[in-house]
Design a protein around this ligand. Structure first.
Ligand code: KE4
Length: 427
């Protein structure tokens, strides 16, 4: 079989940056990516046979570990009946029932094929339902590559958006306003100034795309109150936090009821699935029940539903999230102790089974603090761990993910590698 390098050199000729999603290219951390040949439990094996303990977990879906027998069995059985029908099938109904059971704020849901599709649809729905033009997002939060989200805080009284990518029209970016996460006053001021024009506010309730940052006490409730007061929809983007920070997601963990929720990753069990949903009154505006159009050839695909349903079954095991949280604490406390032992400025964050690592002496609560953390040290730590067979997210602004396949011996192996990595940082 070809080497990682040979495959990547060929891939560079045929795919932009040699990858099908930018972060996989390792540009943020340097070096070339490895090509995975197979995955099982907590491990990935690359095409050269090197094994990695994997804390990326396909960027979140693999909360029960890779290639779980129950998920594999469900997919194998579903395939026996065909790959795609293009008509309703019972598995879609079971998925909708399961989502509503686990996330009660989602009275009505729609399946799509990615987190991006879910968030794009939720934004369109918020605008269609309220008849208002503006959207609020947060700097450092990522909601997929929809045009409305590729916007950063711009200048101008209304904090009008500035595109972060060519191809996003300024006229559209102007309708996306950006706030600093965890800043109570800035949110209040924006709603005082433009509340009557805001269709929806979309937020990662536990941001995982500025690495993992925890909401300050009362902050999510503050956003809930502002949206209620001004008639804007509160949209929780739980693509990453859903079924991970708690069985019912961040909304259950913090006791907040959003108007709409977007889902992805775990809900698909590793297959291409996204979903959005919320209050019946709002969701009934979606075609064909209502006038807001949204559609998808493979939405609710029977094989993808089988994978997602098998995964959602597994995460409902008694004590599942408590045990995952315990293991996450074991890892982050272990890393903290090792860094402290070497006198390295290092801090961790975590909620449920997602965590963040920062080379900083500060308690990380804002995007400014997260981006001020030492990325050079992060990249050196990443490379040392990778060399020792531990794969963390190849970028300083990505969260880490614990799985039920990472038992205490795996965590001990990780900490053994980290001891060496932190010692190397001192050289
Ligand atoms: P997808 O379109 O990639 O399925 O989901 C977009 C998305 C939406 N909302 C949140 C909170 C997300 O984290 C994501 C995607 N997450 C990234 C990792 N930061 C996926 C990895 C990638 O882009 O390759």
């Amino acid at each position: 079989m070809s080497s990682n390098h040979e495959l990547f050199q060929r891939a560079l000729q045929l795919m932009p940056g040699g990858v099908n999603s930018p972060v996989r290219a390792f540009n943020a951390v340097g070096g070339e990516p490895f090509f995975t040949h197979r995955a099982d439990g907590p491990y990935l094996w690359d095409v050269e046979g090197k094994r990695y303990i994997d804390y990326v977990g396909s960027w979140g879906p693999m909360i029960v570990g890779h290639n779980h027998p129950a998920v594999r069995k469900a997919v194998a059985e579903a395939i026996e009946n065909g790959l795609s029908f293009g008509t309703p099938c019972a598995a879609e109904l079971t998925m909708a029932e399961t989502i509503s059971k686990l996330v009660p704020s989602i009275e009505v849901s729609r399946m799509v094929n990615s987190g991006t599709e879910a968030t794009m649809s939720a934004i369109r729905l918020a605008r269609g339902f309220t008849g208002r033009p503006r959207i609020v997002k947060f700097e450092g939060c990522y909601h997929g590559h929809g045009d409305a989200f590729l916007v950063k805080a711009g200048s101008g009284a209304l904090t009008q958006g500035t595109p972060t990518s060519p191809g996003v029209p300024k006229a559209l970016a102007d309708l996306t306003m950006t706030l600093p996460f965890n800043d109570f006053e800035a949110a209040s001021k924006m709603f005082e100034d433009t509340g009557s024009e805001i269709a929806g506010l979309i937020v990662e309730p536990v941001p995982g795309n500025m690495n993992c940052v925890q909401p300050r006490e009362g902050y999510l409730q503050h956003l809930r109150e502002l949206c209620t007061q001004h008639g804007a929809l509160l949209i929780f983007d739980e693509v990453m936090t859903g079924f991970r920070v708690a069985l019912g997601g961040a909304q259950a963990h913090y006791g907040i009821t959003p108007d709409l929720t977007t889902l992805g990753k775990i809900v698909g069990g590793g297959m291409p699935v996204g979903a959005y949903g919320g209050k019946r009154e709002i969701m009934q505006q979606i075609s064909p029940a209502g006038p807001v159009y949204q559609a998808g050839t493979l939405s609710g695909n029977p094989v993808a539903m089988a994978a997602g349903l098998a995964m959602l079954e597994l995460v409902q095991a008694p004590g599942f999230h408590a045990e995952l949280t315990r293991r996450t604490i074991l890892l982050t406390d272990g890393l903290q102790a090792l860094a402290d032992g070497e006198g390295i400025d290092f801090t961790t964050t975590r909620v449920g089974a997602m965590f963040g690592l920062f080379f900083s002496s500060e308690k990380i609560e804002t995007y400014a603090q997260a981006t001020a953390a030492d990325r050079t040290l992060f990249n050196r730590f990443f490379q040392s761990m990778l060399k020792q067979g531990v794969f963390f997210a190849p970028a300083a602004y990505e969260a880490g993910f614990m799985s039920m396949a990472h038992d205490e011996s795996i965590i001990a192996d990780t900490l053994r590698a980290a001891r060496t990595a932190f010692a190397e940082l001192r050289q």
